[in-house]
Every structure is written in structure tokens, then in C-alpha cells.
Design a protein around this ligand. Structure first.
Ligand code: PLP
Length: 468
């Protein structure tokens, strides 16, 4: 087929217009720019643009330049039909929609996203601290930081962990892009595809997805919503299977809000040590106790190095900060290599901001207020559920964290329930997303990490009336 010289550049522009990447009104490169880029003559570029104008894709505006036509004569193909095959596991896609806010400006009352609401994020504190850090450190923040993270930040995280009796050596601490990346590194350090791990059941969807991506097999250990992880079941599972790691959230587990006692933590550790199994401990909600002391960690009882603990500031400060950490224990070398392969370092601005907040005590003061606020939210939400919902709805009261786990009575049709939620504009996280075995279809999770505005209260009440 004969081709014209100008097609070298027109084909790229044409493809971008057809795929909707260049929208109507988008200003296209000038003749001079294209001449330089393609090392060709003015007339070739002009011919090319004329060709696109004839095709109805481009319009020329005198003294201004070339633009994507506002009256595209051919229908635009969707991005996904050409060049970009988007193949997604339907289960993943469906669950992703259910647990994340689809539309940030949504009019829905969302109780499904485990993230601090806009009024709960300490915006002023974060922005002010960021500005101070930028002013003080300038260009230093625009360079590579050590792959494992700022030494000073690692030291301050260790000092802070010591206040809840958790001994972390800063040299085995790695700063990560949030808790989920820390989990990925931890699992990949201990296991390879096909290995078996023990996980809590129910377990949050994002954690299940990391397990799925790493192609691990799981044994689901049930959680009793009143007494915690079924330790006897875990023992049996460990004695009969080559389990490589036990993945647990001992403090305010998501979604049950359960807090394991120190005795349970020690029992769990004993089992793991007996069978030489690593423990991967998620402490993301550990700072968010509603009463009493900040709970201990399993790591605080361990001397073997077989306990890996991770956390992040997504729940206590803001998820956009993308800053977490991983205390790697014995698995430092593997973890360090995996972290490096995932992209050198977390943004220095975020690292220095969090470092300053911890050092100055601002983090502790903020968390103190946040815990009170969350405890109030939890109390009001539980109150609403117990007064507005049918008596046979079972609601589990959390000891800390963000989440309430609830079970609908057998007489309520689940599909009708979710249809009604959609109709009223309330969104919860459906229980079936919390296991691979679809055990929790009658359950749902309510996140209370946002202000209970009159509109949100009304939506919850309305749903309760409907159920009654
Ligand atoms: C148990 C658990 N792990 C990990 C995450 C994700 O945390 P991050 O945003 O720090 O990656 C969440 C929050 O959704 C969570 O609840």
C-alpha cells in the first residue's frame, strides 16, 4: 500500500484522536514543533494536517493553530477496543467496585471504604508539616533516598514501637508504600507460589488479592467474633500441613474489630515456633484502641526473629501519604531485595513529614483525638443499628479500629437487601468479599471512619425501617 511521508506523524495523531486520548478542542503540535521532531519540511506537515482536516478529525483556527475537531464525524472507539486489552478477573473487578468509592463526588452514603473520611484526615496538620519540611530541606527532598527508607524515620518508628514493648531494630526496618506493599514483601520473602499459608477468616479483600497474585494456597482459620482466632483450629492446621506462614491481625482485626489478648498472642507464637512457621502480623489498626492502653504486638513476645510485623499511616493520618513499614526480623535480606525491585524509595516528602510528626509528638496528639472520635462514631453507629434494625440482626462491637461486622437474619433475602441499599443510597461492603470460600454471604461490614452527618444517619435509619 502506498504511504505518504506525512503519515509518519498523522498516524500517531489520528490514533490518539480515535482512541479518545486527544479530546475535541485539544491543541495539536505546531508546524514548527513537528518539523523539528520529524526532521521534515513545512509543506509535508501542512499536507498532513490538511489530510486530517479532510478526514474531519482536525480543524485549523487562523492565527492560533490546529485543534482536534469539535465535530468529530466518526464515532470514537472506546479506549479498550484497540491497543489496550483490559482483561480483568470478574471477581476482582466486582470486589474492587464494592470496596472502593466509585465516584469521589458520590451522593451515596458510603460505609464501605476503610479510609478516614475527609473531616477525619488531619488536613491542616499534614499540609502545614509538609510545607515546613519542604522549606527546611528543599532540593534534598527531590533526590533518591535509601531504598529501605530514611534512617532517621526508621529510628523514630523503632523508638515509638518501644512504647508498646515492641523491640524493632531500625536496621531490619523497611519503609514501604503503605501496608499492602509491606504485606506483599513479607509474603514474597517467606513463600513461593504454591505454598500454603494460614489466614484469618473473615479476611479483608485487599489482603486476599495479594495472596492470589502471589499464587499462594490458604487454610482459612475461623475467627469467633466474641473470643477471637480459633487457636485450636490453627494448631490442628499446623500439625497436619506444611504451612509456611500465619497471617494475622491481632489488634482490631478488619472486619471483626477483635482484639486478641496477650495470652492468645503468646499461644499463637508458641504454635508458630513449635512448627517453625513465620508469623506475618498486620498492626495497621494497633494505634486505634478505644480504651485502655495501646495493645502489644506478637512481635513483642518474640525473640526468634520469625515474626514479621507491618503497619502504615493510612488509617491514622491519610491513605494518600502512602507510607508504611515492615519489620522484617530474620527475613531482612529477602525483603530488602524485593523492596528494591519494587522501586527504590517512598517519596522523601512523605517520609520527612511523618518523621517530623512522630518526633514532635504531633502524631501522638492527633491519634489521641482520633481514637476518641472513632470510639464515638462506633458507639453512635452501634446505637443506630441496635435501635433501627430488626432485633435478629447480629452486630459485633469492635474494640478499636474502623469496622463493624454485622450479620443479617436468615429471613432477609440478601439480594433484596443490597438492592434496597442501592435504592436508598447506602453502600456497605458485602460479606462474601471476605473469604475465598464465600462463607459470609449473610454478613456485611460497616466502616465508621467518617463523620455521621444527618444525611448518613437518615440513610442508615431508612434501611433499618425497610428491613423491619
Ligand atoms: C487489614 C488491612 N491491610 C491493609 C490495608 C491497606 O493499607 P495501605 O493503604 O496502607 O496499603 C487495609 C486498608 O484497607 C487493611 O484494612
Amino acid at each position: 500500500m502506498r504511504s505518504y511521508k506525512f503519515e509518519e506523524f498523522t498516524s500517531t495523531i489520528e490514533r490518539n484522536i480515535i482512541e479518545g486520548i486527544f479530546k475535541p478542542g485539544h491543541k495539536l503540535p505546531s508546524i514548527r514543533e513537528l518539523k523539528e521532531q520529524y526532521k521534515t519540511s513545512t509543506s509535508t506537515i501542512q499536507n498532513g494536517y490538511e489530510h486530517l482536516i479532510i478526514k474531519g478529525l482536525v480543524q485549523s483556527i487562523p492565527k492560533s493553530g490546529y485543534y482536534v475537531s469539535n465535530k468529530l464525524t466518526r464515532p470514537q472507539q472506546s479506549k479498550q477496543t484497540k491497543n489496550t486489552p483490559v482483561i480483568r478477573d470478574a471477581v476482582f473487578e466486582n470486589n474492587l467496585n464494592l470496596i472502593t468509592s466509585i465516584n469521589p463526588g458520590s451522593k451515596l452514603s458510603e460505609f464501605n471504604v476503610a479510609a478516614p473520611g475527609s473531616l477525619i484526615i488531619p488536613q491542616k496538620l499534614l499540609l502545614r508539616t509538609m510545607q515546613q519540611v519542604i522549606r527546611a530541606q528543599g532540593v534534598g527532598l527531590l533526590k533518591y533516598y535509601p531504598s529501605n527508607g530514611s534512617p532517621s524515620l526508621r529510628e523514630h518508628i523503632s523508638i515509638k514501637a518501644a512504647t508498646y514493648q515492641t523491640a524493632i531494630n531500625p536496621a531490619e526496618l523497611i519503609i514501604t508504600d503503605g501496608a499492602l506493599q509491606a504485606l506483599y514483601i513479607a509474603l514474597a520473602s517467606v513463600c513461593t507460589a504454591g505454598d500454603i499459608i494460614a489466614i484469618e477468616s473473615p479476611c479483608v479483600f485487599s489482603v486476599l488479592e495479594v495472596i492470589r497474585v502471589l499464587k499462594l494456597r490458604v487454610i482459612e482459620i475461623p475467627i469467633d467474633c466474641y473470643t477471637g482466632l480459633d487457636i485450636a483450629y490453627l494448631k490442628k492446621a499446623c500439625s497436619g500441613n506444611p504451612i509456611k506462614a500465619i497471617l494475622v491481625t491481632p489488634n482490631f482485626q478488619n472486619p471483626t474489630g477483635i482484639l486478641l489478648t496477650d495470652i492468645q498472642k503468646k499461644e499463637l507464637l508458641q504454635i508458630a515456633q513449635h512448627y517453625n512457621i513465620a508469623i506475618i502480623e498486620n498492626d495497621i489498626y494497633g494505634d486505634l484502641n478505644f480504651s485502655g492502653y495501646r495493645p502489644s504486638t506478637i512481635k513483642s513476645f518474640d525473640e526468634s526473629g520469625m515474626v514479621i510485623t507491618y503497619s502504615s499511616y493510612s488509617k491514622t493520618l491519610s491513605p494518600g501519604i502512602r507510607l508504611g513499614w515492615l519489620s522484617t526480623g530474620k527475613f531482612f535480606q529477602q525483603a530488602e531485595q524485593i523492596k528494591f525491585s519494587l522501586g527504590s524509595t517512598v517519596s522523601p516528602i512523605y517520609q520527612e513529614t511523618v518523621n517530623k510528626l512522630i518526633q514532635t509528638g504531633s502524631y501522638d496528639r492527633h491519634v489521641h483525638k482520633l481514637r476518641m472520635q472513632l470510639a464515638k462514631n462506633a458507639y453512635h453507629t452501634l446505637n443506630l443499628l441496635s435501635t433501627s434494625y430488626p432485633d435478629d440482626t447480629i452486630v459485633f462491637s469492635p474494640a478499636g479500629g474502623y469496622n463493624i461486622w454485622a450479620k443479617l437474619s436468615d429471613r432477609i433475602d440478601i439480594n433484596t437487601f443490597y438492592n434496597e441499599c442501592e435504592h436508598i443510597g447506602v453502600r456497605f461492603t458485602p460479606g462474601h468479599t471476605f473469604s475465598f470460600s464465600n462463607t459470609y454471604s449473610r454478613f456485611f461490614r460497616i466502616v465508621f471512619a467518617d463523620q455521621l452527618s444527618p444525611k448518613r444517619i437518615e440513610a442508615l435509619k431508612q434501611l433499618g425501617q425497610m428491613l423491619k
